[in-house]
Design a protein around this ligand. Sequence first.
Ligand code: AP5
Ligand code: MG
Length: 220
Amino acid sequence: MPKKPIFLIFLGPPMSGKGTQAARLSRLLGIPQVSSGDLFRDNIKNQTSLGREAKAYMDRGDLVPDEITIGMVAERLSRPDCADGALLDGFPRTIPQAEELDRILEELGASLSGVLAVNVPEEVLVERASGRRICPVCGRTYHLTFNPPEQGSICDVDGGELYQRDDDLPETVRQRLAVYQEQTSPLVSFYRDRGLLREINGDQPIDDVAKDISGVVMSL
Ligand code: AP5
Ligand code: MG
C-alpha cells in the first residue's frame, strides 16, 4: 500500500523557532520545508512582481494579502517534491488561508496530519529577534547567543556573510507580534477544535524542542 503523505503545520509567533525546527524535521523526515516567508524573500531577491507587491507589507510587519499568499503556496505544494508531504512553516496565518489549505490538500488527495503549536513567552521572542542572523547563500538561521556560527559572522556551511532580516528591527517585530495576536492566534482554537493541535514548549534549548517535536510526530 502506498505511504500516506505527511503534511504538518508549524504554527507560532514570530521568533518562536518555526523555521529552525522545520528545517531540522525536514532533514529527519526527508520532506521539504515550505516557508511562506522564505518564498516571499526569494521573490523579492529575484525581483518578481509578486516580490515587489509583498515587500511593502513585509517591511511594515503586516501580512501579505491572502489572494497573493494562497496562490503562491498552492503552486509550491503542487510540485513533485511534495508528493510525500511537506512541513508548512508560517502558513496558514489566517482562517481563510486555513480553509483554502484544506481545499488544496484535498485536490492533492491528501489531508493535514497535525499542527505543531510552538509556545514561547513574548519577552523571550523580543530577545531572540535582536540576535537572529541569516546566511544569504543557504538561508540557514543562527542566533548570536543561542545558536552562534563557529566563526565570527560567517555561515558554517558555505562561508556566506550573515545578515539581519529587514523586518527584525524592534518596531517591526512589535508590529509582527501584534499582527500574530490579532490575525493568526485564532488558528490555535480552529485546529484544537478539529483535534489536530499538538502543543510544543518552544522555550527550551533548540535540541530539546527538536526532541519533543520528534516525539509528537512519531505519535501521530
Ligand atoms: P516569516 O518569515 O514566516 O516570519 P515570522 O513568522 O515572523 O517568523 P520568523 O521567521 O521571524 O521566526 P521563526 O518562528 O521562523 O523563528 P526562527 O527559527 O527564525 O514571515 C515574514 C513576513 O512574511 C510576515 O511578517 C508577513 O509579512 C509575510 N508572510 C509570511 N507568511 C505569510 C502568510 N502565510 N500570510 C501572509 N503573510 C505572510 O528563530 C528565531 C531566532 O531564534 C533565530 O535566531 C534562532 O536561531 C533562535 N532560536 C530558535 N529556536 C530557539 C530556541 N529554542 N532557543 C533559543 N533561540 C532559538
Ligand atoms: Mg521563519
